[in-house]
Design a protein around this ligand. Structure first.
Ligand SMILES: Cc1cc2nc3c(=O)[nH]c(=O)nc-3n(C[C@H](O)[C@H](O)[C@H](O)COP(=O)(O)O)c2cc1C
Length: 200
């Protein structure tokens, strides 16, 4: 059975070797990312996900700021691989910074006290949903991407550089671009022990 969603899920892989060889315009990619986030589900349809979409020099700036912050804490003799990673991320077309709006989370907690404890977790789930939606959309557009986590180190430099509202909490970063290298082999654990199918 062919299924468009499964095909799309297979298309999406972690690609670290990124470049700028794409026929897509920044506007097209920008629209794709926004639509994917708009369509992603969120608890109570709260739409807590936010994004800063960086292209070209702005994306390079983000990774330079992150590199600067890391340089302050990573021992100099061990920094070369970190620096190489930052350069690889910056070599792509851009980076999506994924945020969750904490004012939205607080609003939910006030409006639905019964679920108050659950909303921060739901917000994290929503963040993941927005991320997979964007990752899949980029993959189906022929672009490679990876998912990175440089919080909290990147939070303040990014907030200052890109005027990010104070209530937005940075959750992940997704550098994207053209595929410029092979993908790592992917293996799967056995279904036994992973799934229980109960057919009454
Ligand atoms: C919640 C989550 C966190 C991840 N964090 C990172 C990360 O910080 N750095 C990274 O390079 N990849 C990260 N990844 C990507 C995984 O390593 C990758 O998806 C996994 O190895 C499977 O490979 P694939 O993406 O090619 O299918 C993360 C993935 C998920 C779902």
């Amino acid at each position: 059975m062919t299924n468009a969603t499964i095909t799309s899920l297979k298309n999406r892989r972690t690609q670290y070797a990124l470049g700028r060889n794409s026929d897509l315009s920044n506007d097209q990619i920008d629209a794709l990312i926004k639509e994917a986030i708009r369509l992603a589900p969120s608890s109570f349809n709260s739409q807590s996900s936010r994004a800063v979409i960086l292209f070209g020099a702005a994306s390079e700036q983000f990774w330079q700021l992150t590199e600067d912050a890391l340089r302050a804490i990573v021992p100099a003799e061990a920094f070369a691989p970190t620096e190489a990673k930052m350069r690889a991320f910056a070599a792509g077309l851009g980076t999506v910074l994924f945020y969750e709006d904490q004012d939205t989370v607080k609003g939910l907690q006030e409006n639905f006290p019964l679920y108050a404890d659950a909303f921060p977790t739901f917000s994290e789930h929503s963040a993941g949903m927005a991320q997979i939606a964007v990752w899949n959309a980029l993959a189906d557009a022929g672009l490679g991407a990876s998912l990175q986590h440089y919080s909290p180190i990147a939070d303040e430099p990014a907030a200052k550089a890109f005027n990010v509202p104070a209530s937005w909490k940075l959750r992940a970063q997704m550098p994207f671009g053209s595929h410029e290298g092979d993908l790592a082999e992917k293996t799967f654990i056995a279904d036994e022990g992973r799934f229980l199918t109960i057919a009454a």
